[in-house]
Write a new protein. Structure first.
Length: 86
């Protein structure tokens, strides 16, 4: 789970990301999907389910729209491996 933010760029117009949109890495690898979207005065933001291979990426793409990616506040990652404890 990651937080994403998008701001329109007049120099490189792109449609606003929408709920359910696929997201990719800069080299075109599948990275996940947008699970929520809130339109704001500055653009849009929401949450995305991001594949493990893309969790460390600071930016991802939803079509032509460039998304800034961050860990949501108060996010606790799930335990790793069998028998892990928090």
């Amino acid at each position: 789970m990651r937080h994403w933010r998008w701001q329109p760029n007049p120099a490189a117009p792109a449609p606003m990301p929408e709920h359910g949109a696929s997201i990719t890495t800069a080299d075109g690898q599948r990275a996940g999907a947008i699970s929520s979207c809130l339109v704001t005065a500055a653009g849009a933001e929401g949450l995305a389910l991001v594949r493990r291979v893309a969790l460390d990426q600071p930016e991802l793409l939803a079509g032509a729209a460039q998304l800034t990616i961050s860990t949501p506040p108060a996010f606790v990652p799930p335990p790793q491996g069998a028998g892990s404890r928090l």
